[in-house]
Design a protein around this ligand. Structure first.
Ligand code: ATP
Length: 436
């Protein structure tokens, strides 16, 4: 039987009040229905490590979609069910969301799996997981609320700071776990267990990545690019010869590493200044990884990874356009020249552009585009052109307002002074008349 320990108090301290009481009520509902419910996986791991994480995964020993529907009704929440996988997401009125899944009860035998005799559904479910640190569960039924369940020694491995697989064929069964192991090891500054490390090295040597669907590898690489410090993970991938195994011609040298470091800082700056932004932060990092590679190689890598067409195009465009764009920015004499160069580019590309130059001066200009120039809006409007200048709406409107905008960006006219903007328009119209 597994070791037990109660972590109800820890849960209470780590979670926002309303989320904690939500979980308590879900546990009461489970108890009333006679179903066992647990929080499992990454959340529990991070709770014990002390890392912020509010992504709750609840597993029930029973029908998760039915359970989720009952919970949703009780809380007046929205529920999205995925019947094929017996999973559901409940979105509560306060914005909290919780994922529900059924503990897999069907017999699942993989070549290297542990024996399964008379096993609880929860244990069977946890046995399919990647590392011991991800196999912890907390029971939330009111009767046992907060009981920590540890079938595979995950708690000790967290204490010992070790990443360990559950069985010897784990990496063979799913080679994407190689990427996951090195990502978690880097994130938590844990080591690979010595047996796990041997298995990982063997799996890399046997080129097992070739047996995996590219999109699953891409998914894991994307998770890496979304880590706080992708550079450190990639260095680890390099150390275990994973990078060269995935991308046969790839350069991972001083230049690429420095670019990654500059990009990390630019991304931190961006998140701080645009906390609501929903841009794809992984894309500039993929751009940075492939920037100096042959275009044909990049094409081949992205096809191998089955990168979605839109993202593929974005990454290839970055590789193609970065040097010419940087050259033009460096040559630009006016702010508005930079503005007109950047206004058609994606924000993801602009972040990579900002990271590219070693010169702070060029970088500042690119960041200034994002922070100031991009959102310049003249106070003079189309209405003013009609009412004050008696113009008829037409292409000239856009022309005038654009010229005004460029003048503001070039700091010839203040952004917040409508009178000065109106006299600038007046002057433009005068000049036009003279030319006619
Ligand atoms: P993160 O903090 O990065 O979100 P996570 O543990 O929540 O970490 P996910 O990738 O969201 O990571 O996976 C959720 C859970 O699913 C993990 O805790 C893990 O146990 C399990 N899992 C994910 N991928 C695999 C895999 N390839 N093999 C086995 N188990 C996996």
């Amino acid at each position: 039987s597994p070791k037990t320990k109660n972590i109800a108090q820890k849960l209470k301290e780590a979670l926002p009040k309303e989320l904690f009481s939500l979980i308590k009520k879900i546990g009461e509902t489970a108890e009333n229905l006679g179903i066992n419910a647990y929080i499992i996986g990454g959340f529990v791991r991070d709770l014990i490590i002390g890392r912020k994480n509010f992504d709750l995964d609840v597993v029930v020993e029973g029908d998760a979609t039915e359970f989720a529907k009952k919970i949703a009704k009780l809380f007046n929440a929205k529920v999205h069910t995925f019947d094929r996988f017996k999973t559901a997401t409940v979105v509560f009125p306060d914005g909290n969301r919780i994922d529900f899944a059924s503990a897999r009860t069907e017999v699942y035998r993989s070549p290297g799996a542990l024996p399964e005799v008379d096993m609880a559904p929860l244990k069977k479910d946890l046995m399919r997981r990647d590392f011991t640190i991800n196999t912890l569960a907390v029971k939330i039924n009111s009767k046992d609320f907060g009981k920590l369940i540890d079938f595979f020694g995950g708690l000790k491995d967290i204490k010992d700071r070790k990443i360990r697989v559950l069985h010897s064929l784990s990496f063979v069964e799913d080679p994407t776990r190689i990427l996951r192991a090195l990502r978690f090891a880097t994130r938590y500054r844990f080591e690979l267990g010595s047996h796990t490390e041997k298995l990982l090295k063997m799996a890399v040597q046997r080129k097992l990545f070739k047996t995996v669907e590219g999109q699953r590898i891409y998914h894991e690489l994307k998770q890496i690019m979304l880590e706080d410090n992708p550079l450190r993970v990639l260095n680890k991938l390099e150390q275990y010869k994973v990078l060269s195994s995935l991308f046969d011609n790839l350069n991972w040298n001083r230049w690429e590493k420095d670019l990654f470091e500059r990009l990390r800082k630019v991304v931190i700056w961006h998140k701080l200044n645009f906390p609501e932004s929903s841009i794809n932060y992984h894309l500039p990092f993929f751009g940075a990884l492939f920037l100096k590679e042959d275009y044909e190689d990049v094409n081949r890598y992205l096809s191998f990874l089955s990168v979605p067409e839109k993202e593929k195009k974005e990454i290839l465009d970055m590789c193609r356009l970065i040097i010419p764009t940087i050259k033009r920015i460096e040559k630009a004499k006016k702010n508005s020249e930079i503005y007109s160069l950047l206004k058609s580019k994606s924000e993801e590309f602009i972040l990579l552009l900002a990271a590219y130059p070693e010169s702070e001066e060029t970088r500042e200009k690119i960041l200034k585009y994002l922070k100031e120039w991009k959102d310049v809006k003249p106070l003079v409007s189309g209405k003013d052109l009609i009412n004050r200048f008696k113009l008829k709406p037409g292409p000239i409107f856009k022309e005038i307002l654009n010229k005004l905008k460029y003048a503001i960006i070039d700091e010839k006219i203040p952004e917040d002074n409508k009178e000065k903007q109106l006299s600038y328009v007046e002057k433009l119209l005068d000049e036009n008349r003279k030319m006619d």
